[in-house]
Write a protein that binds this ligand. Structure first.
Ligand code: B12
Ligand code: SF4
Length: 528
């Protein structure tokens, strides 16, 4: 079968496409796990953000796919609907399959007859997609494929949820990066790729989609496979690799072994990025951080979430941010984690969430002040009611969700208010402070990637400060006016596809409660 896999072009405020265009790891993994006789092509549309319609039209005409699969996050729902409609207009008989976080957690948003989706793959996709394609190919019934919602003459049918894959036993084959048909992946001018070393997390932060997606469990890929995968990415040109694990710091001993294995394999000439929790980094930093640095780790995304205990309680993120001494909680681990990483020459991308239900302007300001002092690249977001999370239910019950247009659920648009502040005020405070924090990182970026920053620095600054004019820079316009202009620009940027949305405003919007996407087995669970 000829298969075209697409990831959406929509991008995020903190990862502007001028500097960051990463491949979607899910698609290469799906491609690697299909039966080998299929012809698969992967197109990450973030590489063609300025020409999405033309690119999709060309790919569909040239490749003549019989099945198109789309990987979709919630804020990309509207774009995905337009792309489906565009694909159908060129190839009416093509089968459409959707997967990823949004179809998994809000499947009902994908069942509208006018949209014409044929199948929804819920949860982890490799095995379900392989069996789905096999069944279509061999014309066997789809109701024997677990993890699926599929359309037949009676409407959508649901099969049993599929258990989470125990990836440690070699069930999954490696990703197929050769299937990618577009070029231009970059992280500040370096070719970039993504690699997984584990899947899942045993924590249950209230804002995170992962638990509803796959339950609380942790599965490790065999180390040999991980090293082979990194080598494959590097052999194909990657000089920066993002380790996309949900929470690699759950098993610090293994993380250290990974660093050592990277060094031993001579793969330490790559810049690695990873995300982790503050608590294990603060506790194990003295041995872990020097090893990380030697292995090539450069940017570490820290899930700080919030520095105030009350907010951490709401986000259910207190435990993962606890500094402990002799088993007792003695405070917040964020400062210690930042200091140890910086001491060993790594940069901290600080993940914070401001605008929680009880937040006052003082509470937000305290977090912004922390970010100014301790964070190299701010990754500050607002609580966003993604489908099925406990936080979504909480915000809905408190009546604090003020915006149900999911295409604006991009993390930096405030779509909820607090009991003290409007959504707009919350977003304004973050936006105003964050631009200057980003500007401060430019000299460090210049030292590390001089050619890229010299060539694209102006564009990056222009992106960070978009909405500003000479008048605003010399104080003749207020920050509120600039903010208004920025928001109007951001709204226009969301129109990625020059094609109408088949459902327009009619359906599928708003946070949707869902049933868990997968059977929650706990094999390989790590004690907290
Ligand atoms: C890596 C990552 C990123 C990277 C993206 C790199 C890249 N190009 O892939 C970066 C840092 C840039 C990023 C940014 C954002 N991310 Co992000 N990210 C992740 C993370 C940590 C891992 C994703 C991953 O690669 N997993 C490995 C692959 C193999 O698994 P997978 O993606 O789940 O895919 C499997 C299934 O979903 C399914 N599947 C997926 N697509 C398809 C398609 C088809 C056809 C089929 C059949 C199956 C299928 O099969 C796959 C294989 O099993 C997740 C999860 C997490 N716990 O936090 C969040 C996550 C996906 N991100 C999320 C969000 C919201 C964002 C941001 C909007 C804001 C933010 N929180 O940072 C931005 C926007 C990104 C953008 N497009 O600009 C949310 C999505 C929530 C939702 N309901 O949509 C998640 C779940 C985190 C969360 N908050 O809970 N992210
Ligand atoms: S620790 Fe990270 S991956 Fe785990 S539940 Fe919390 S936010 Fe999600």
């Amino acid at each position: 079968m000829r298969i075209l896999l697409l990831s959406m072009p929509d991008s995020f405020e903190h990862t502007p496409t001028v500097a960051v265009r990463m491949p979607n790891g899910a698609l290469a993994s799906l491609a690697g796990n299909l039966d080998p006789h299929h012809r698969v092509a992967i197109a990450d549309l973030v590489l063609a953000q300025a020409s999405v319609r033309r690119t999709v039209e060309r790919l569909v005409r040239d490749l003549q796919p019989e099945l198109v699969g789309l990987s979709v996050m919630t804020f990309q729902r509207g774009t995905a609907r337009r792309i489906i409609s565009l694909v159908r207009s060129i190839a009416p008989g093509v089968r459409i399959v959707v997967g990823g976080y949004d179809p998994s957690l809000a499947p009902r948003a994908w069942t509208h007859h006018e949209l014409g989706v044929d199948a929804i793959v819920r949860g982890e996709g490799e095995l379900t997609f392989r069996e789905l394609v096999r069944a279509l190919d061999e014309r066997t019934p789809l109701d024997r494929v677990p993890g699926l919602w599929f359309r037949d003459v009676h409407g959508f049918q649901q099969t049993a949820p599929r258990p989470v894959t125990a990836v440690e036993n070699g069930t999954l084959r490696p990703p197929n990066r050769a299937a990618r048909v577009l070029t231009g992946y970059t992280m500040m001018g370096r070719d970039v790729d993504v690699v997984e070393t584990s899947r899942g997390c045993t924590f249950d932060c209230s804002f995170c989609s992962i638990i509803e997606m796959r339950g609380r469990n942790f599965h490790r890929f065999p180390m040999e496979r991980v090293i082979d995968d990194i080598r494959d990415a590097r052999d194909r040109g990657a000089r920066a690799i993002f380790i996309v694990d949900d929470n690699i710091t759950l098993d610090v001993a293994r993380f250290k072994a990974l660093c050592q294995a990277i060094i031993d394999a001579g793969l330490d000439d790559v810049d690695y990025m990873v995300q982790g929790m503050t608590s294990p980094i603060a506790t194990h930093g003295p041995e872990l951080a020097p090893l990380m640095r030697r292995a090539g780790f450069r940017y570490v995304f820290l899930g700080i979430e919030n520095i105030l205990d009350e907010d951490l309680g709401f986000l259910k993120a207190a435990a993962k941010n606890s500094q402990r001494e002799q088993g007792r909680r003695v405070g917040n681990a964020s400062t210690a984690a930042v200091e140890i990483l910086r001491k060993h020459g790594m940069f901290v991308i600080g993940g914070l969430i401001v605008g929680n239900p009880g937040d006052t302007s003082e509470a937000i300001e305290a977090n912004l002040e922390f970010a100014r002092k301790y964070v190299d690249w701010p990754y500050i977001q607002h609580p966003t009611p993604y489908p099925g999370t406990p936080m979504t239910r909480d915000f809905v019950e408190r009546g604090l969700v003020v915006n149900r247009r999911v295409e604006e659920y991009d993390g930096t648009t405030a779509v909820t208010r607090s009991t003290h502040l409007t959504a707009e005020e919350i977003e304004f405070m973050r936006w105003k402070a964050e631009r200057w924090m980003k500007l401060r990182h430019f000299p460090m970026a210049l030292r590390h990637d001089p050619r890229f920053v010299l060539r694209h620095g102006r564009q990056m600054v222009a992106h960070t400060f978009r909405g500003s004019t000479w008048r605003s820079l010399i104080g003749l316009e207020s920050a509120r006016t600039v903010f208004g202009r920025y928001r109007a620009l951001r709204a226009r940027e969301r129109e990625y596809v020059d094609w109408p949305d088949p459902l327009a405003d009619t359906a599928g919007n708003g946070p949707v409660a869902s049933a868990p996407a997968q059977v929650h087995v706990t094999v390989g669970q790590v004690p907290r």
